[in-house]
Design a protein around this ligand. Sequence first.
Ligand code: ATP
Ligand code: LTN
Length: 334
Amino acid sequence: MEEVKQKKKVILSGIQPTGIFTLGNYIGAVKNWAPMQDEYNCAYMLADLHAITVRQDPKAFREQTMTCYALLLACGLDPEKSIIFIQSHVPAHAELGWILECYTQFGELSRMTQFKDKSAKHADNVNAGLFTYPSLMAADILLYQADLVPVGADQRQHLELTRDIATRFNGIYGNVFKIPEGFIPKAGAKIMSLAEPTKKMSKSDENPNACISILDKPEVIIKKFKRAVTDSEAEVCYRDGKDGINNLMTIYSTVTGKTFDEITAEFAGHGYGDFKLAVGEAVAEHLRPIREVFDRLMADKAYLESCYRKGAEMASRISARTMDKVKKKIGFVL
Ligand code: ATP
Ligand code: LTN
């Protein structure tokens, strides 16, 4: 019997080039992208169109985008295996983004918690792009007919909306879009701030002690963990109400592979000081190779450029197929 070759599933994800990735971005999202490259057809992008929903300084933004591209490769993304591209290099994203805005309801966008948070934080610039951000994210995903979207927990609501938009569009025009599933890690989907462990760790936090950047030097990482806010008990165990310790245990567990029970046993009879030091050292060690590869890549801009040009070409080819279908279905003259 002829063997039926199973088509590989498609993965798409993205990250905004708004700063050096934090340990939260890394554990919740980017760390999980590299291991998927053998099993799936993967496309990963820098969401620079999304990044301008917050004002960016042109020179810093350009440099930041190059830095973030090198970081993706340093985190193990391989341009020989995956499509690694910059969103604005593929005009179909903005084009389908506009179209999908016309299939997204005002009420749906008004309910998005990221919009509410960011418009409170940037009250002087509550622009239309900040509001329609999820329609563009839906376009990113649906253009590639993605099956799975690996993201942190804070993107769950945007993914649900993407599914609703796709289902609505398919309901009108027939089967145009694959309905994607989220792929949210069981542990580490929401890494919390080290200074305020009830708040998510975020690239744009003003307090440098609140978040670990994946390029922080080992001594800086260790110092920040030493200062991490915990509680007044002295027991290293995962329990409701111990937000700081729960967060440190999650971080330690994801970088060492140890379970919570193993961690509790390891630090039985020790104070928080020993535990914090161990977490700091484990994180510093885990991030060391990323920093080393990053330094090498940043010294070879020509290589980086050849990678993102190739990525844009491949992404354009795939997205053009979906774009064509969408335009025909809607009734645009082609
Ligand atoms: P900004 O502060 O500029 O809004 P951000 O740090 O929230 O940025 P994004 O670029 O919006 O980062 O997110 C990139 C990916 O990282 C997404 O998949 C998001 O879910 C994930 N992520 C962001 N913060 C965390 C966190 N604290 N814990 C786990 N995952 C996270
Ligand atoms: N909104 C995402 C970044 C992003 C994204 C995407 C993630 C833009 N387009 C498509 C997955 C798929 C965020 O992390 N804030």
